[in-house]
Structure formats: C-alpha cells, structure tokens
Design a protein around this ligand. Structure first.
Ligand SMILES: Nc1ncnc2c1ncn2[C@@H]1O[C@H](COP(=O)(O)OP(=O)(O)OP(=O)(O)O)[C@@H](O)[C@H]1O
Ligand SMILES: [Mg+2]
Length: 256
C-alpha cells in the first residue's frame, strides 16, 4: 500500500510517496511553488509517476498540508502543518519532544508529549525575521544563492550585531554593513545569529524540552543550525531531508 503526502508551502511544494508496508519513503520531489500552486503539484505528480512507475490510481490515500492546502481538492485529508511536521519528525525520532520548523514564510515550534501528541505550539506572527525569507533577502543583497550562505558564514571572524527585529530594517542595516566594508562572512553570520535569537525568543512562550528536531528548508543551513544550537544550549536532530518532513507527515497520516 502506498500513500501520498503533498505540502504546498509558501516557497516550495513537496510531494512524497510513502510505502506503508515497508514503512519507508518510495519517492519524493520538490519545486518552487508556482503562482498557480496546483500546477506545481501536477508537475511533481507526473514526475513521481515517471520516476517510480506508480500510477496515482494505485495510491490508497492522499493528504495535503501547507499554506496552499485548501486549493487541492482531490485529497482524502487536509491537515495542519503542525500535525504533519510532528508526524514526519516522529518517524525519524520517536522520542522527539520539540519540533522547530523554519520555512520560507513561517516558523513554527511544536511541543510533543512522551506519547508524541501535540501539547502546544507557537507560530511567527506575519513577520519574516525568523524565517527563510530573511535568508533569501540576505542572499540577494550579497549576490549569492541561499545554499551558499552556510559555507560563507563559516569564515566569520567577528561578531556583528543586527539590531533590527524587522527584515525591512535589517536589509538597511546590511546595506550599512556592506558600506562599512564588513566581510560577507561576518554579515551572514550576524543574520544567522539574528534568526536563531528570534526563534529562541519565540520559544520562550512554550515549556519546551529536548530532544529537539529541526525541520523545513532552513534546516539545510548548517551554520544557522549551529547558531540555534548555541541559543538552545542543546543539539538539534536533523531528518535526512528536513525540507520534506511536512510531506512525509502528511503521507503517514493520510490513511489514519
Ligand atoms: N540549500 C539551502 N540552504 C539553506 N537554506 C535553504 C536551502 N534551500 C532552501 N532554503 C531555505 O528554505 C526556505 C524554504 O523552506 P521550505 O520549503 O520549508 O518552505 P515552505 O514550506 O515553502 O514555507 P512555509 O512553511 O513557510 O510556507 C527558503 O526560504 C530558503 O531560505
Ligand atoms: Mg513549510
């Protein structure tokens, strides 16, 4: 039996086919969310059929999550990102107590009970400061790809402080740092520290405990992960492909 999870995120759309019998991922893929998010879903599903030979008619249950979830009408279940990131994290780390998901537009922190039930959660409030959007803005300003930021920050040799708690003002601060001839490495590190501090302060509203799992596209940034670990004074567990955790959770919950 195969189930399908779809995560229509604000930045990227992810699809994942889960092999229920063998309890393993059969296929996954993602692409930038199109202006018409449904065309991203259709393109990814065609890709999945071609890659695996599994026809969509063979899928026994489908669940959809993400900010665009209500657009997709063919799913058996429409699920919150909270429950999907929790389920996807628990698949890899059954004893997880806290999930930190940082995507392109949102950051969410979820507290789990010993039995893996969602106890509490917080989400950022329409502010890009603790999200991948901040990384994207920084990459554009520095003329690099977002995937290069972590390696750049590893060369940092000075702690710069970004004071702005708003991305719009932070951008002006970054322009000021560039005009002061500060190195790109030190600028990127200050952005990573700022995001980590923002997430940590968001978490103060919760009674959180380790083990901590880090999910979402931003978890692909090792330097930011390291900054967040420093704030938490604890290690972070990373799923093998953190960006697809929500789609994995959706696929796992699709037939429940
Ligand atoms: N290779 C990479 N290294 C570092 N960061 C990355 C990388 N690839 C993507 N990102 C970051 O991941 C973000 C997208 O993550 P994700 O796909 O989880 O978002 P989303 O689910 O679409 O958004 P949301 O959950 O907020 O609706 C981008 O904004 C970018 O900053
Ligand atoms: Mg997401």
């Amino acid at each position: 039996m195969k189930t399908l999870g779809i995560d229509i995120g604000s930045r990227n759309t992810k699809t994942l086919i889960f092999d229920v019998e063998h309890q393993q991922i059969a296929h996954y893929a993602w692409q930038t969310t199109d202006i018409n998010p449904l065309s991203s879903v259709e393109a990814l599903l065609q890709q999945a059929e071609l890659a695996t030979g599994i026809k969509m008619q063979q899928i026994s249950a489908t669940a959809v999550t993400g900010y665009g979830r209500k657009l997709y009408k063919k799913a058996d279940r429409i699920l919150s990102e909270i429950s999907c990131h929790a389920a996807g994290s628990l698949f890899y780390y059954p004893t997880a107590h806290t999930v930190i998901d940082i995507g392109g537009q949102d950051s969410k922190i979820i507290c789990l009970s010993d039995e893996g039930k969602v106890l509490d959660f917080v989400m950022n409030d329409k502010c890009a400061a603790g999200t991948g959007r901040f990384l994207e803005m920084t990459a554009i300003r520095l003329g690099v790809d977002v995937s290069q930021l972590s390696d750049m920050a590893k060369e940092a040799d000075k702690e710069l402080t970004l004071n702005s708690t708003c991305v719009v003002f932070a951008e002006s601060e970054i322009i000021g740092m560039m005009a002061d001839n500060q190195s790109a490495a030190n600028i990127v590190r200050s952005v990573h520290r700022s995001i980590a501090k923002r997430i940590f302060s968001q978490m103060s509203a919760l009674n959180h405990h380790p083990p901590y799992v880090f999910t979402g596209g931003v978890a692909q940034n090792p330097d930011l992960t390291w900054c967040l670990e420093a704030e938490l004074n604890s290690g972070l567990l990373l799923p093998p492909e953190p960006e697809i955790t929500g789609a994995l959770g959706a696929a796992i919950l699709a037939n429940k």
